[in-house]
Write a protein that binds this ligand. Structure first.
Ligand code: FES
Length: 122
């Protein structure tokens, strides 16, 4: 059974095209954190917007999160690249470390955060 009453509506599914992303501040546990939401190969994904290398946003230096080929997530600070589907660093630096995932779903034309730790958008 779906527990939709706890879902946090982000946007209409049609508002997030392939390789597009948005950032939002959410109440995550007791903290306000930046969250990345993007579409990749048709699926939507969300991670905390914090690099594994340093406490920096992936889009902190440039308002983009993908590499030039559009195939990997890339931190704009020092260039660590991540597998979009898993958030795992593929770079020598911090290899194997992972971005913190945030549970998300696309349902009946909307995109929702379903992560119990997220209480809402700030
Ligand atoms: S802070 Fe992201 S690669 Fe260094």
């Amino acid at each position: 059974m779906l527990r939709r009453e706890r879902w946090v509506h982000i946007c209409e599914a049609s508002a997030l095209s392939e390789r597009e992303f948005l950032t939002l501040d959410v109440l995550h546990g007791g903290d306000i954190v930046s969250c990345l939401v993007f579409r990749y190969q048709g699926m939507v994904y969300a991670y905390r917007n914090q690099c594994v290398h340093m406490v920096r946003r992936l889009d902190g230096e440039q308002k983009r999160i993908f590499d030039d080929a559009g195939e990997l997530l890339r931190c704009s600070m020092h260039g660590i690249v991540y597998q979009p589907q898993t958030g795992e660093s593929l770079s020598t630096m911090c290899r194997g470390e992972k971005l913190t995932p945030v549970k998300i779903t696309e349902h009946e034309g909307g995109i929702y955060i379903t992560d119990k730790r997220v209480r809402g958008i700030v």
